[in-house]
Design a protein around this ligand. Sequence first.
Ligand SMILES: [Zn+2]
Length: 255
Amino acid sequence: MNAVGNDTMVVDKPQTPSENARLPDFHSVEGRAIPVHTFGSDGRTIMLMAGVHGDETSGVAMVASILRRLEAQFASSKSAPNTNHPSADRRARRVERQAPNTVTECRMVIMPLCNPDGYEAGTRRNARKIDINRNFPTKDFVGEADHPGGVEAASEPETRAILEVVEHFDPYLIITLHEAMACVNYNGTTAEAVADRISACCGLPTMGDIGYPCPGSMGTYYGWERELPVITLELPKPDVDMSLIEQAVLKELGI
Ligand SMILES: [Zn+2]
């Protein structure tokens, strides 16, 4: 079990009262926390997520590594704390953590583990055996009992968590980590240029069409139906060195 699967993990939220008021805590079917982290407060918002499919653990590990790096960078970018007053120090830390442009010019929203029940069980689907990446309310959603997307679109708390977080933060780009097709899949008219950048950095080929229909997928919903480009970064098999790919993601995040 690593940190991202820990139910007691602290969830970081936007610091303004109005944003805090609107964004609830998110939980899976079995009640596990679906963490959301934010870094930075100004500029455009980029969103990174992993673990939509619970058995695809390489992306979860990579995002955990990126989170550790961001925690360290944001911690080191804050000014000297007031050590005489612990509560003042905490307040300063919360504010400084959100200080813009010390690490990146983007606000980053990170969901390191979108399907914690599947991750715990080692299954692609969630605890109700629904594939989250087929449960989005696309025009081509298939509502059938034996379909991986289930009977109703957005029926799953994991899907609704992603929908609410995206709605709340209005990112300009989503990068979601999957495995193990070893390609940079892109959805949306402006996503190809991003895919080309990532490909040039890490060597994985770009792919606009993965060759089979994905009704109810996040890429279709946001990329093609909401004009919000989605990069589905299909990592290679876990035994491959991922460091170049992680660098490509960091570069896209502006770090
Ligand atoms: Zn996947």
